[in-house]
Design a binder for this molecule. Structure first.
Ligand SMILES: *Cc1c(COP(=O)(O)O)cnc(C)c1O
Length: 372
């Protein structure tokens, strides 16, 4: 069994991919080619915002967003300690300080109730992460940000296609950022990412920032980077976007099937219990794209070892909160995020992709049931 199956999807769109890649080879505009503009228009439409700017990765999307907001040395950005490292990395890399605020134990996303206390005179932005495919509580976060005049950057690298109160991830705040890393819900065949916004001025700044801060050739009003999305990746993503709505539905169905099977085998809902095997909690105003299907158990290591021995791969996202990592410990008291600590010690993710069969889901749950 595979943790993520990209082959089945590739077979489904093989002809389309070949045609699209041949078209790029024929026109030869590998950088800023027409596929990039076409993809940006379709993605902006899908998310429901005015502007999409294709960039070279999810990490660079976050960097472009921060640079376009003129955030830099000495500034503070509030974020989650329970995320992939890129979120905090990019804050620290521009000389700013990541201020880690603990997570909600049910959704694993930053707890809005704890944000106000972390806001100080140096706070310049709030960067929630929509982890495992479920949006952070963006309404509550936007309300706090509005009171303090702060922009909100959603790290939607894992949540592209998810909805919050009926609106799509990456279109819920000042800027939304996503990643097209191959294993993400919308993945390319290499690195890629995008920034989304409804703000015309910010869109112009981000477009310049990702292309060496250039407004026209050899004119550089802003500091920028080489952060462009290339035409080959855009071509691949255009093919994948055609089947993406269907894949989002399949992901939801696979997630729901796992939850039903697990609850039927004696697991409890994370919203109802603290111990035993606990299934994910999707807030009622959210739909998840299940970038990961992540459960919790006290005896995580024994369960994952037993699954792995049967050829069922598992992963831990993430075993160490960022405020306990060497590179970031200087920014935060290590003991101030107990919910992140508890999650890091207990979570593990099951094989998850749109084409996971009912038989495979049953085999995974049967193997877990023997252990707990
Ligand atoms: C994958 C990921 C990123 C980084 O995206 P890349 O395209 O790999 O640079 C950032 N944040 C989160 C939460 C991610 O999962």
């Amino acid at each position: 069994m595979q943790f993520i199956d990209l082959k089945t999807q590739q077979q489904r769109i093989a002809d389309d991919i070949e045609a699209r890649l041949k078209a790029v080879l024929a026109h030869g505009r590998y950088i800023m080619g027409p596929e990039v503009t076409e993809l940006e228009e379709r993605l902006a439409d899908y998310v429901g915002v005015r502007h999409c700017i294709g960039v070279s990765s999810g990490t660079d999307a976050l960097l472009v967003a921060l640079l376009a907001l003129d955030i830099g040395p000495g500034d503070e950005v509030i974020t989650s300690p329970f995320t992939f490292v890129a979120t905090a990395e990019i804050i620290a890399l521009i000389g700013a300080v990541p201020r880690f605020v603990d997570i909600d134990p049910l959704t694993y996303n930053i707890d809005p109730a704890l944000i106000a206390a972390a806001i100080g005179p140096k706070t310049r932005a709030i960067m929630p992460v929509s982890l495992y495919g479920q949006c952070a509580d963006m309404g509550a976060i936007n309300a706090i940000a509005d009171r303090h005049g702060l922009p909100v950057i959603e790290d939607g690298a894992q949540s592209f296609g998810a909805t919050y109160r009926g609106r799509r991830s990456c279109g819920l705040s000042t800027i939304g950022c996503t990643s097209f890393f191959p294993s993400k819900p919308l993945g390319g065949y290499g690195d890629g990412g995008a920034c989304f916004t409804d703000d015309d001025q910010l869109a112009t700044r981000m477009r310049q920032t990702m292309n060496h801060g250039q407004d026209e050739r050899y004119s550089h009003p802003r500091l920028g980077i080489n952060g462009r999305l290339d035409a080959m990746q855009a071509a691949v993503l255009l093919c994948k976007l055609g089947i993406f709505p269907d894949e989002v539905e399949r992901r939801a169905a696979v997630g729901a099937r796992y939850t039903d099977l697990l609850l039927g085998s004696g697991a409890k809902s994370l919203a109802e219990a603290r111990d035993g095997l606990l299934t994910p909690h999707i807030a009622e105003h959210n739909s998840s794209v299940y970038a990961q299907y992540t459960v919790q158990a006290d005896e995580r290591d024994a369960i994952t070892a037993a699954l792995n021995a049967r050829g069922i791969p598992t992963a831990v996202h993430y075993p160490i909160p960022l405020n306990r990592q060497g590179a970031y410990a200087r920014f935060c008291c290590p003991d101030c995020t107990p919910n992140a600590d508890r999650a890091a010690a207990r979570v593990f993710s099951l094989p998850m992709h749109p084409y996971l069969s009912a038989e495979d889901a049953q085999a995974v749950v049967a193997a877990i049931a023997e252990q707990h």
